[in-house]
Design a protein around this ligand. Structure first.
Ligand code: GLA
Length: 781
């Protein structure tokens, strides 16, 4: 570091790095919970991240002695990694805050002014069980006129949450270009894993070596995106489902965002994420503030299953978690989309409702096509009135039939969108969002299109639709009123809330507005939930393009993909499920031949796949033959039997060495029962599968394992002269034997599955929770 000015500045301010603002003798902040800990030191005056990961025990060394060595050709003091990494502390990696006042005050020097700790952290020397484990750190730079308040908490189960609020304490506006939340990653992490995807192929994993430099995943869709990395993880070499150290982050935000791994030249690595802001998008007025979305982070010493434990525990601990909120099980759904598409005629729908009820369906969902002018996907979005031609008596005859059969009624809506061919667009062309301000005086001849009557270019159409500018209070109110009216007039228990395009060139009054639009959508959902607390809402976005913890704070499930092909779903659900528990992941049995891949699958494979989610059907069940109807009714009954377990237990995934096989299951928190699925996704190199391990049970407990679906004599599922003998009547074995030696499995044909039910046979006292680093037993919905 040869710049004399900077040297001078550092020396004048604080030769040993202790600034004027620091309250004297500030103890480090050490949050510990459920095997995870976070350690923040204040001895340099800055809130410095020292550790995130494994619990470090009750005794800490003198942290002021643990600054890094000072190398040659570098700053003259050890460089701290701030809670907000800052160039003013010498951090040369990705900065935590990028902002300015009209080009000035571009490099903040934030120093601690206060630390509020939860009583648990203070009174128990950091060990916090069952109580609040949180803190708020405020850092300020009076010269730049900004302060940042950082809220941190570790939830029971180990999931960490962190967010910042920047306050503009100075005169005039302060522009925020980025405010990131970061956490340090252990040096043992050498491998990155994240998720990517596209329509009908969401949440597919990719791995790469962690090298010096920055790995960034950017989402510029205005929505979360099909390709969004639901999870960005770094871990020890080859970390797997149940082995290896893993650090992972997720940003709870449904707009533009970035998540990154930043491996600095000094050897330190951070995982982080931030909202991706447009040019000039966030200008914070004096005395106003900007708040980041929550960053969620987890650490596991035992692979990705430990990461899922932390997320599931957090989800299920929420008072508004579905099942906890309503006290009832997740209903079996039939969605009519792949059965009738836009063909909305009452008679066939009544037949479908009757057939569904006969099979044991509990919720019937009318999809796209019911509102004014909606005969296909070219027109109607925005006109949220029941189409009088299609439904002369309104939706009442259908709803009465559905509820008369004892089912709930659900309705599809896409409130954030508008077709240019709609009464709404004709009446309010200025409500269509675009990159430029829109005012009267445009070219009338622009294709007869109402948007053409205004100045200001519109974005390109996507599925023939545009985005409604919900930042405009009048547009917001219109949508709220229409949805409120529908929910008030009809007995609707459920909304499938869709969002079917990217927010390209999203603007309000000529400025980028993804941030404000996302907040407007959140407010719409929040207000509707307040007005209709009994209504459940699903977040769908052309399948799984809006799966994140921001939207899931105000909705009750996500639609993971428009692809109902069971083979594709095995991967989509496995990786969506690394973060989101199965009761929140819509998962339907589709038609025998998939509408999105043309692959044909047996019912058993489709049903076994759908069971590890919020189970439903999306199939014209009027047309089943007798054998199909019997088998489907049995599969639905089986799901209902295991639903309490599936929607409350711990997800386990074996590290199965044969790439053609997968083994996942759900184990109850008391270790008393489990349901596993062995799935064959391809032909295997091996003649027979050999012994497959069933992990996650209590080692010293005896269990009975039984194959429950499909039947052993199903000739389409199996290809063998004889199955292993235990398959006929089950077998008894200890949890340790099942985890370490496993059971010989039958030869499954590719794209087939086998469901195994496991129950404790040992009498006696209830067993302890098998989770090593988990989680309290979760309330059973
Ligand atoms: C989107 C959804 C589908 C279906 C259609 C209706 O593509 O993801 O499930 O609702 O819209 O238009």
């Amino acid at each position: 570091m040869n710049n004399p000015d900077l040297t001078l500045a550092a020396e004048t301010r604080s030769p040993v790095g202790v600034p004027d603002l620091l309250p004297q003798n500030l103890e480090p902040l050490y949050l510990r919970r459920s095997g995870t800990s976070l350690l923040i030191d204040f001895s340099t005056g800055e809130a410095a991240m020292l550790h995130f990961g494994a619990d470090l025990g009750p005794v800490l060394p003198d942290l002021s002695l643990l600054g890094q060595a000072v190398p040659h050709s570098a700053l003259d003091v050890p460089v701290t990694l701030g809670v907000i990494p800052q160039a003013s502390s010498g951090w040369r990696g990705r900065p935590g805050l990028r902002g300015h006042r009209n080009g000035q005050a571009f490099s903040a020097r934030l120093r601690v002014v206060s630390v509020e700790r939860s009583s648990a952290e203070l009174s128990s020397g950091g060990r916090s069980r069952g109580a609040d484990c949180s803190a708020v750190i405020t850092q300020a730079d009076p010269e730049a006129g900004v302060s940042v308040r950082t809220e941190i908490r570790i939830n029971d189960g180990g999931l960490l949450q962190l967010r910042h609020r920047l306050d503009n304490d100075g005169a005039g506006p302060y522009s925020v270009d980025e405010l990131a939340a970061v956490l340090p990653v252990g040096r043992a992490a050498t491998e990155i894993l994240d998720l990517t995807g596209r329509w009908c192929r969401e949440s597919h994993p990719q791995r790469l070596p962690l090298r010096q430099g920055t790995w960034v995943r950017s989402g510029r869709h205005g929505r979360t995106g099909h390709d969004a990395s639901l999870l960005l993880a770094a871990g020890t070499p080859g970390f797997g489902n149940r082995h290896g150290q893993v650090w992972a982050v997720h940003l709870g935000w449904s707009g533009n965002h970035e998540s990154f791994v930043d491996a600095a030249a000094d050897g330190r690595t951070v995982l982080g994420a931030s909202e991706l802001l447009g040019a000039g998008e966030i200008s914070v007025a004096a005395n106003a503030s900007y708040e980041t979305p929550w960053l969620y982070a987890a650490y596991s010493a035992a692979g990705l299953d430990g990461i899922s434990d932390a997320f599931y525990s957090w989800f299920r601990g929420r008072p508004h978690h579905p099942g906890v909120r309503s006290g009832k099980a997740r209903p079996v759904v039939l969605n009519v989309w792949e059965a009738v598409y836009f063909d909305h005629r009452l008679e066939p729908l009544l037949e479908l409702a009757e057939a569904a009820a006969g099979l044991g369906v509990e919720r019937f969902v009318l999809d796209d096509g019911w509102f004014r002018g909606r005969r296909d996907d070219h027109a109607g979005l925005g006109d949220w009135y029941v189409d009088e031609d299609l439904w002369p008596e309104g939706l009442t005859p259908l709803i009465d039939a559905v509820t008369g059969h004892g089912m709930e009624f659900g309705l599809w809506v896409e409130p954030e969108m508008v077709n240019e061919d709609s009464d709404l667009a004709r009446a309010h062309p200025d409500w269509i969002a675009g990159p430029a301000p829109r005012s009267p005086g445009g070219n009338q001849s622009a294709g007869g299109n109402p948007a053409g009557r205004l100045t200001g270019r519109l974005p390109m159409q996507w599925r023939h639709q545009q985005v409604l500018d919900l930042v405009n209070p009048a547009a917001w109110q219109y949508i709220f009123d229409r949805l409120d009216a529908l929910l008030s007039e009809y007995r609707i228990s459920y909304l499938k809330w869709d969002q079917n395009r990217d927010l390209a060139e999203m603007g309000h009054a000529g400025r980028p507005s993804v941030h404000a639009q996302t907040q407007a959508v959140y407010r719409l959902l929040d207000e509707l939930r307040k007005a209709h607390p009994g209504v459940e809402i699903e977040s769908c976005s052309s399948g799984g393009a809006r799966v994140d913890l921001g939207i899931l704070e105000r909705t009750d499930r996500i639609w993971a993909s428009d692809c109902n092909d069971a083979l594709e779903r095995q991967t989509i659900q496995r990786w969506t499920g690394v973060v989101v528990p199965p009761e929140l992941v819509g998962s339907h049995i589709g038609p025998t031949t998939s509408h999105t891949t043309a692959r044909t699958h047996d019912l058993s494979f489709r049903a076994i796949t759908a069971m590890f989610g919020h189970f439903g059907l999306e199939w014209d069940v009027r047309r089943l033959d007798d054998a199909e109807r019997t088998e489907l009714a049995r599969a639905i009954a089986l799901f209902k039997q295991y639903r309490p377990l599936l929607h409350s237990g711990r997800m386990v995934r074996a590290d199965e060495p044969d790439p053609a096989l997968r083994l996942h299951g759900v184990v109850s928190h008391d270790g008393g029962e489990a349901l596993y699925a062995l799935v064959s996704v391809a032909t295997s190199f091996a003649e027979v599968p050999g012994k497959v391990c069933l992990p996650g049970l209590l080692p010293d407990t005896a269990y009975r394992v039984e194959a429950v679906y499909p039947a052993a004599e199903d000739r389409r599922a199996f290809l063998q002269a004889a199955p292993p003998a235990w398959l006929a009547g089950g077998v008894e074995a200890s949890g340790l034997f099942l985890a370490e030696s496993g059971l010989p499995m039958p030869v499954l044909n590719p794209e087939h599955g086998l469901l195994l039910a496991v129950r404790r046979t040992t009498a006696g006292a209830p067993a302890a929770d098998p989770a090593a680093n988990s989680a309290h037993p979760v309330r059973n919905p």
